[in-house]
Ligand binder design. Structure first.
Ligand code: ADP
Ligand code: DAR
Length: 349
């Protein structure tokens, strides 16, 4: 279906990469195109048109979207990741290559560490374009693969459909489960048929979790209290290789692991710590100088678009494409080491 309305009229204070890169010429070039799963430009930009406060504003409906709508996705990918059309992504999930001794053995600063990757199943549409039957098939394949895990990864899959409201709310408050109803995902068509086909797998200790059919079809998560970043990464890479024995993930030489949001392409990895830095919080310019230097993002502690609470911040790698998983985690680690050093100096006055 051709895009129904005329060239979007973004407000002057809109800062999304969509508003910056969707020129009238690109709009005219792409407005009547669609992928083999029927995904259109209108669907790809819906979230950014519904939410003018988007940072990015676009989502892919399938691997093909990154080619069909390349005129729009390529400049957004280049600006966010510093990654050009001619570049190729390289992956490295070998935990032995990570140099990250615990930077906070006395647990004075790092409350908790979490490293996650997004994965989508090869040869299926992504969340914005998937049908209900296809999404249910993803849930079936994922839960079967997860329920076969053993050792320290052994656990149980819990469908969201029919989950006790109090149980799901507690899992969200404890930072284990995704929030429902994110307006950015809603506008991208990622919440269709909610909560059907969605669920969470976790081991007994809740140090290994997998979200099924949130923004991506799998979010594979390793997390624990404290700052042993290497141990968290080792658990994650071991789990990824076990799951990959059962499920083929969508991957391309150019863009790496394929995700619905272009910010997650490549490694699709976000390595974060929740860290107490009350003194740096009072010197926010210095705080941001350190995070920018190490390609890091500052978030609140209740997920994306949330606020910091009690001087605790979510600090994570911003780069995901054109760098390996080792580099993503090293970005976060090196930044955290410097944040702790400066926090100590500020505390001493
Ligand atoms: P992502 O896109 O990586 O899933 P979000 O910012 O949406 O990240 O966070 C998802 C959930 O994970 C939220 O509940 C958030 O509080 C939690 N979370 C993220 N990083 C950490 C961390 N280092 N420690 C504990 N919880 C975390
Ligand atoms: N909220 C959307 C996506 C930004 C990146 N975060 C993701 N993919 N969860 C935006 O454009 O701001």
């Amino acid at each position: 279906m051709a895009i129904s309305n005329s060239y979007p009229n973004f407000p002057s204070d809109c800062k999304s990469l969509l508003s910056k890169h969707l020129t009238k010429e690109i709009y005219e070039e792409l407005k009547n195109k669609k992928t083999s799963s029927g995904f259109t430009l209108e669907a790809a930009i819906a979230s950014g048109l519904e939410n003018y406060d988007s940072g990015i504003g676009v989502y892919a409906g399938d691997l093909e979207s990154y080619d069909t709508f390349a005129a729009l996705f390529d400049p957004i990918i280049e600006e966010y990741h510093g990654f050009c059309k001619s570049d190729s992504h390289v992956s490295n999930l070998n935990a032995k290559d990570l140099n990250a001794p615990n930077p906070d053995v006395e647990n004075k600063y790092i409350v908790s560490t979490r490293i996650r990757v997004g994965r989508n199943i090869a040869n299926l549409p992504l969340g914005p374009a998937i049908t209900k039957d296809q999404r249910d098939e993803v849930e079936k394949q994922a839960s079967q693969a997860l329920n076969s895990l053993d050792g320290n990864l052994k656990g149980t899959y819990y469908p969201l459909d029919g989950m006790n409201e109090e149980v799901s709310q507690k899992l969200i408050e404890d930072h284990f489960l995704f929030k429902a109803g994110d307006r950015f995902l809603e506008a991208a068509g990622l919440n269709r048929n909610w909560p059907k086909g969605r669920g969470i797998y976790h081991n007994d200790e809740k140090t290994f979790l997998v979200w099924v059919n949130e923004e991506d079809q799998l979010r594979i998560i390793s997390m624990q209290q404290g700052g042993d970043i290497k141990e968290v990464f080792q658990r994650l890479t071991s789990a990824i290789s076990k799951i990959e024995e059962k499920i083929k993930f969508s991957y391309s030489k150019h863009l790496g692991y394929i995700t619905s949001c272009p910010t997650n392409l490549g490694t699709a990895l976000r390595a974060s710590v929740h860290i107490k830095v009350p003194n740096l919080a009072q010197n926010y310019a210095h705080f941001e100088e350190i995070t920018n230097k190490h390609h890091l993002q500052i978030r609140g502690i209740n997920g994306e678009h949330s606020e910091s609470v009690g001087g605790v911040y979510d600090i994570s790698n911003k780069r995901r494409l054109g760098v390996t998983e080792i580099q993503c985690v090293q970005d976060m680690y090196d930044g955290v080491v410097e944040l702790i050093k400066v926090e100590k100096e500020l505390a001493l006055g």
